[in-house]
Design a protein around this ligand. Structure first.
Ligand SMILES: NC(=O)C1=CN([C@@H]2O[C@H](COP(=O)(O)OP(=O)(O)OC[C@H]3O[C@@H](n4cnc5c(N)ncnc54)[C@H](O)[C@@H]3O)[C@@H](O)[C@H]2O)[C@@H](O)CC1
Ligand SMILES: Nc1ncnc2c1ncn2[C@@H]1O[C@H](COP(=O)(O)OP(=O)(O)O)[C@@H](O)[C@H]1O
Ligand SMILES: [K+]
Length: 447
């Protein structure tokens, strides 16, 4: 099961539904606080712990965790920013039998647990509070965020006030968009999701290891998937994309090109013509290295086949409505996204979904926080990928991997998610000094 992702409002609704179904709010908080304490115990080991509690339910989780850690033998200090205002948090505060210091006077500790604010944060922290929190987090050996680092906007991952770098973030019931959106994502450390007994039932989720089609013992090269690539003015990019498709398990990869291309594996077939009516084609790939050649994109769109449109091809689409009725996966980075969709409103998640609706296509909105959006509202958030993917040609590799997944028979949204997940893991396997060519070599090790 992939990890669900909910907005703050959806999270409140899921909690309300659990409460309607007979689970007391204090029980949810008890589960959350216990899970927080358990994660800290496993991750950080026994060290003096300072728990910072805010006025809402995030603070309530902190009082519960304090009780569990104290019972486990920890030296626990609790510092409160304000007395609890929420009912469940008042209850949790009442269950804590130790002293409570003032936040303003709290001094550092080896383990800090930040339970100031979670999904209820409505504005940035006051500057003195933000500054003190930053200092305590900075001095800690292990900094832990309860649900979210305080200062992060849950729904869009923006920082409403300055936050430090955390080692561990423990979330409850579902992840929040901020756990997988920049800049917040890069500050959270490991992200643990605890089950607190609610049913999130989400359309949004973290992309997980794909379920790849098994090899048919009676299969042949065409039944394993034929990817047809259309070359353009700069052949290097199509070499990366076609090679990636071949290494991702497509049974046959073909490149249409007017001039011979060097650097392709011998197994990739070059052809002067482009018979896109060929029944056996599983996916067409157009865009990498295409240049400004609109007829090539037009040609691809005449074929009744799944198409991956990447790079220059995206800029040539013109109007997203042109893609209606076609079976398309678009793979834009920020610049290409802006070229096709203009300036859309909202969080990156909302922009991705709006783009998918407008184009009636699956949109892979790339970046350090890649999203995969479908026109029907499904949204996949990539797990963190290494920053060393920011090197020329890695996008071409991704396009080829997605085309292979599509040709191998995965549905468009699943193919895009599979490609994104495998691409990230291949980058991890290739290591920090990789170039796009090394990424190709790493693909078979993650399939
Ligand atoms: N509601 C539930 O059933 C559960 C909630 N849980 C926890 O509860 C959290 C959400 O709780 P809340 O909705 O109470 O929200 P928070 O605890 O995030 O904080 C809300 C409170 O802070 C105030 N506030 C917001 N921004 C502020 C700022 N910048 N400066 C000062 N005050 C500010 C609000 O007016 C409100 O009083 C989750 O993140 C999670 O940790 C968990 O205990 C699981 C169960
Ligand atoms: N800082 C980063 N952290 C993780 N992944 C990144 C980062 N920057 C870029 N990427 C990934 O690297 C790839 C770059 O693709 P793209 O921008 O199309 O590059 P190119 O056109 O050179 O191939 C995308 O998959 C993107 O998600
Ligand atoms: K917090």
């Amino acid at each position: 099961m992939s990890r669900p992702i909910l907005t703050a409002e959806q999270m409140r609704a899921a909690e309300a539904a659990a409460i309607d179904a007979g689970i007391a709010e204090t029980v949810l908080m008890e589960q959350a606080g216990r899970a927080l304490a358990e994660a800290v115990r496993l991750y950080a080991g026994p060290r003096e712990t300072l728990i910072l509690c805010g006025p809402g339910n995030n603070g309530g989780d902190g009082y519960v965790a304090a009780r569990f850690l104290k019972n486990a033998g920890y030296t626990v200090r609790v510092a409160a920013l304000a007395e609890p205002t929420a009912d469940a948090a008042k209850w949790a505060r009442g269950q804590w039998d130790g002293p409570v210091e003032s936040f303003a006077a709290a001094t550092e500790a080896p383990i800090i647990i930040d339970c100031l604010f979670g999904t209820g944060l409505s504005r940035g922290l006051e500057p003195v509070v933000a500054e003190r929190l930053l200092l305590l987090v900075d001095k800690a050996l292990v900094a832990v965020a309860c649900d979210l680092p305080s200062g992060v906007a849950s729904d869009d991952g923006t920082l409403l006030s300055a936050i430090g770098n955390y080692d561990l973030t423990v979330s409850f019931g579902a992840l929040k968009p901020a756990h997988r959106l920049m800049p917040a994502m890069s500050r959270m450390g490991r992200t643990v999701l605890a089950d607190i007994g609610i049913d999130p039932g989400a359309d949004w989720f973290e992309i997980e290891r794909p379920d790849l089609p098994s090899l048919d013992p009676a299969g042949h090269k065409y039944s394993r998937g034929l990817v047809h690539c259309l070359a353009g003015q700069m052949p290097g990019a199509i070499v990366l994309a076609a090679t990636a498709a071949a290494k991702s398990g497509a049974g046959y990869v073909r490149v249409s090109t007017s001039l011979p291309i060097s650097g392709l594996p011998s197994s990739v077939v070059q052809s002067g013509g482009a018979d896109l009516q060929d029944e056996r084609i599983g996916c067409i790939l157009v865009g990498p290295g295409l240049g400004d050649v609109p007829p090539v994109l037009t040609l691809a769109l005449t074929a009744p086949k799944p198409i991956v449109i990447d790079a220059d091809g995206i800029g040539l689409v013109g109007d997203p409505e042109r893609l209606h009725g076609h079976d398309v996966i678009l793979t834009p980075h920020e610049g290409e996204f802006g070229k096709l969709f203009g300036k859309l409103e909202g969080s990156k998640a909302e922009r991705a979904l709006e783009a998918a609706r407008r184009s009636q296509s699956v949109v892979v909105y790339k970046g350090p926080d890649t999203l995969v959006a479908a026109p029907d509202g499904r949204l996949g958030f990539a797990p963190p990928a290494p920053a060393w993917l920011a090197t020329a040609g890695t996008g071409d590799v991704l396009a080829g991997m997605i085309a292979a997944m599509r040709a191998r028979g995965l549905e468009a949204f699943d193919a895009a998610c599979a490609g994104v997940w495998l691409h990230g893991r291949a980058a991890e396997a290739a290591g920090p000094h990789m170039i796009a060519d090394d990424l190709l070599e790493a693909i078979p090790s993650v399939l």
